[in-house]
Design a protein around this ligand. Sequence first.
Ligand code: SAH
Length: 355
Amino acid sequence: MYSEYKDALSFTYDELIEYLLAKGEKAYRAKQIYEWMHKKLAVSWDEMTNISKLMREELAKDYSVFPLKIVDKLVSEIDGTAKYLMGTSDGGIIESVAMTYSYGMSVCISSQIGCRMGCKFCASTLAGLERSLTASEMLAQIYLIQKDMGRRVDNIVVMGIGEPFDNYNELIKFLHMISDERGLNISQRSITVSTCGLVDKMYDFSNEHMAVTLAVSLHAPNDEIRKTIMPVANRYSIDEIIKACHYYVNTTGRRVTFEYSMINGVNDSGECAEQLVSILRGLLCHVNLIPLNDVEERSHTRTSEQGIHYFQKYLEKNRINVTIRKGMGADIDAACGQLRRKYIKQGKALSDNLS
Ligand code: SAH
């Protein structure tokens, strides 16, 4: 319920009408305020110049407008990738990344502060989960980046810190609001959500009938290997994941993406490639091979370029759609959770930046 919200960005359109009517305001004010927040990307009541000063003061007593601030920004000298550290109003730190390609700007957002999935090669999960983000904190990452970069966000990937399906309801609310024509109106077709494979939620997500692409972090062709790198594999088998993927494809008509991070000596053998082909046979899918990003605290290293190339060729020969992910922002720790981790380890006084 909206009485629990901390910021006005959290209101759905209908809730905003309800709230304003309860305050004795006219319903058309909701349209104006919603537009200020979600189209003109205002971060304070004071910017809303067609709302009277008195009314703005009244609203400010109940809610702040915006839940996030940019704390730091690093820009890659190699490819212009911009990495943002953003601070929440309760002192949490998350990361968001803006990548510019020939076809537009893609933004990678976080869904939680920290993560509790425990993948052995990932920096985001090292200190566990602090809390999930609200839908408004997911929206705010995109709004801040669009304003800061001075150009429209074309694509969104929910692949930053956190497990989006461990924050399911806020994720779905966010997806509806970001693709709403009363807001930024970003096409669902341009959005991808990545999960480590929470099977129950994969079914729920399919049943939402959204045109959002589902990406699944597979990273292994069998449960035995997967269990050594992803604790979630003890909860759900690959067999169950693949069945849920078939369900997604059948209900949405959309292709599923598999992420497969190439880890030296762990999941990159010829036998692994063979097994992968056999479990994916007959499924409308695409495999994205990711050269592992080395993480200081983690022992795993990436497969050689030649090894990745060999793996790719084998999948191609067996008519599996496959690409190798282009590394972006290599000089600014652009991979999952690495910058946040450094920032926190250095013990920067976050409150200084957030005041
Ligand atoms: N929790 C979600 C989304 C966040 S991680 C998920 O698991 O899909 C986004 C992707 O980056 C996942 O595929 C994740 O496994 C992968 N990843 C995490 N750390 C990595 C690293 N050090 N190198 C390469 N890929 C990594």
